[in-house]
Design a binder for this molecule. Structure first.
Ligand code: GUN
Ligand code: FE
Length: 629
């Protein structure tokens, strides 16, 4: 399956060509290859790609060093559509560059049968650089051969001269676990990112805009090792070398920006299947939103095949929207909850996942016994904590009582004990809506949700959603027990009959992050979450003097969420030592939601991106220094 598709920029081409030592290949081409071109750096690719009998170039790239090209094949259009053709084009790389004809088919290469000189390579991927003119034949070829659905991004260069650089790059990672491990060359585990960075660094919600910086990333862990202005002596020594391996280098120095990946503190993965619908009911009641839409829908995920389908879509969707970390509710089903864990691992999303627990006030076909709920939760925790991705900081189990109404006191106490035993995080819903608070009272409780959770040892490393109807004392209790709030502004509009007072939260000092609350919130985008936080704060009486602005919302969606999930040692901003989880924004061309005008300052453009930017403006998404989706 094609795992990613990205625009090939001139900088990409240049760095690929640099890394592949193209000048020397150029020499060879000039001396012995039947292309009458003067090949220099990027021009080598471009000239070949625009030659009359070449329509597609495949580059075989070393995945452990994404800028190292192992081999290049040029292909002729007339042969592209004939699968029986075995002689497709030319190897442009050693040791085959003077052997004109490839004696294997593209399909063979892409079906894990590389030519002999690549056999020792453990991981490689095949990338296709495609000219726009020939996109249709390339698409047909790739579609026929790989049956993948690739997203095609078109990009219009504003400079006429660069039009011929309008290339697209498909990539596909191939694992060859049976071949010997290649020893990484010295320096191969380091890569660099150059561009303008935007993040919040420090306690205040002040955005830092760092123009033209260079970042060094250890690709083995995705850790940021160094981060300095490109004008620094360290950066200049590196950037002056032609062979600097770039993981990403932004194309438009004035208008491209790199932000930390967004962190969704509260999202119901199974509910993605009906996101955008079911917006007409209050939360509780016999014909409310939970009873009418949510429980019947979640129940169906007892079928693992359906779970895989829904979870694959939600994980990919969130990554495309720039959500690099998500704190998920799954369903009550152990198997399906583990499938969600598998999906986040497969698509390289950092995730916290909870198997949902409910043993009362639930439909007869979507309920567990107390014992089942506890034993399945324990099984989920031990399975996840046994995985490498847990040890690597990519995946965490979360103890997940759905909310107080659906959990007996025995279940709540048992879950509290499990959270303590396994030192696991906890998530739930807390004082979400007027009808939920009334329901808890009707169950005979005299305490607030926060006090009930605390009494059952469930206020410990917890992230509690909504908290709209929490008192100041409740908030202080949460802070005292190392717990934070997932503020879900969009679903609050639908269910809560109020909004969370972020100014009071700030006064109390409790951590707050943002969540989408799919699908009580209809949008999977953390950009929309930020915007709804801004907009709703402007109509709330309490925040008239201090409404949430785009900077504070950005803080909440990044560092605020990281702190709330207790992941700020790993993510949330670009501090050295954290992981490179990032969203690369590229707005030039106006194909997305942002237009840039002469005179726009960098702060203007950042504000435009955070206010109007969308999926189409996202060029790349990285988690742990690895490109996703
Ligand atoms: N309270 C209990 N379950 C849910 C849910 O799935 N979504 C929301 N928004 N609130 C809940
Ligand atoms: Fe929720």
């Amino acid at each position: 399956m094609i795992t990613s598709l990205r625009l090939l920029t001139k900088e990409d081409v240049t760095s690929l060509a640099d890394a592949a030592n193209f000048p020397s290949i150029g020499e060879t081409l000039r001396n012995g290859f039947p292309y009458p071109y003067t090949v220099q750096h990027a021009e080598s690719f471009i000239d070949i790609a625009s030659s009359s009998d070449t329509d597609l170039i495949l580059a075989i790239v070393d995945t452990s060093s994404p800028t190292t090209i192992l081999g290049i094949i040029s292909l002729n259009q007339t042969k592209l559509n004939d699968p029986s053709v075995m002689e497709l084009g030319y190897w442009l790389s050693p040791p085959y560059w003077n052997q004109k004809i490839i004696t294997t088919s593209i399909s063979q290469i892409l079906r894990h049968e590389p030519p002999p000189h690549l056999c020792s390579q453990k991981m490689f991927r095949v990338e296709a650089l495609v000219q726009l003119d020939n996109l249709n034949s390339a698409k047909a070829l790739l579609k026929n051969d790989f049956k993948r659905d690739a997203l095609l991004r078109h990009h219009n260069y504003s400079v006429k001269e660069q039009r011929r650089l309008d290339c697209h790059l498909f990539s596909r990672t191939v694992s060859r676990s049976d071949s010997p491990v290649s020893t990484p060359k010295q320096g191969q585990n380091l890569a660099y990112v150059r561009g303008n960075f935007v993040h919040v660094n420090g306690p205040a919600a002040d955005i830092e805009i760092l123009m033209d910086h260079l970042m060094q990333i250890d690709l083995t862990t995705g850790t940021i090792e160094k981060f300095e202005p490109a004008s620094s002596a360290w950066a200049q020594t590196l950037t002056s070398k032609p062979s600097i391996p770039y993981l990403y280098k932004s194309m438009n120095p004035a208008s491209d920006f790199i932000t930390p990946g967004f962190i969704d503190c509260h999202v119901h993965a199974p509910q993605y299947s009906f996101a955008g619908t079911a917006t007409d009911r209050p939360l509780m009641g016999d014909d409310g939103w939970l009873a009418s839409y949510t429980f019947p829908s979640e129940r169906q995920l007892s079928d693992p095949r359906l779970a895989a389908k829904v979870y694959e879509k939600v994980v990919k969707r969130l990554l495309r929207e720039g959500t690099t970390t998500a704190c998920y509710f799954a369903t009550i089903h152990l198997e399906a909850s583990l499938i969600l864990a598998d999906m986040t691992e497969k698509y390289n999303q950092r995730a916290l996942i909870g198997k949902v627990c409910m043993d009362q006030n639930s439909p007869s076909d979507y309920i567990e016994t107390t014992e089942e709920s506890l034993s399945q939760t324990e099984a989920f925790i031990t399975e996840v904590q046994g995985r490498d991705s847990f040890k690597a900081g990519n995946l965490y189990p979360v103890v997940t009582p759905r909310f107080i109404p659906t959990c007996s006191k025995e279940l709540l106490s048992g879950l509290g004990r499990l959270a303590e035993k396994y030192d696991a995080r906890v998530q739930s819903h807390i004082s979400e809506s007027i009808d939920e608070v009334a329901f808890v009272k009707a169950l005979g409780y005299e305490e607030t949700d926060a006090e009930i959770f605390r009494r059952h040892s469930l206020l410990r490393n917890s992230v509690m959603a909504h908290a709209v109807w929490c008192s100041r004392e409740d908030l202080a209790l949460m802070k005292a027990h190392n717990s934070g709030i997932a503020c879900c502004p969009l679903s609050n509009v639908y269910f809560a009959s109020g909004i969370l007072d972020l100014n009071v939260c700030q006064e109390v000092g409790v951590n707050v992050g943002l969540g989408t609350d799919i699908s009580g919130g209809y949008s999977p985008s953390m950009m929309n979450s930020q915007r709804t936080a801004v907009v709703t704060s402007r109509v709330a009486n309490f925040s008239k003097g201090n409404p949430i602005d785009y900077k504070r919302a950005f803080f909440l969606a990044t560092l605020g969420s990281a702190r709330t999930l207790q992941l700020d040692h790993l993510v949330g901003n670009f501090a050295v030592g954290k992981r490179f989880d990032a969203v690369c924004w590229s707005v030039e061309g106006g194909g997305g939601g942002v237009d840039v005008f002469e005179g726009d300052t960098s702060e203007d453009i950042v504000q435009k991106i955070l206010t109007n930017g969308g999926r189409e403006d996202i060029a790349r998404v990285y988690v742990n220094g690895k490109e996703c989706v």
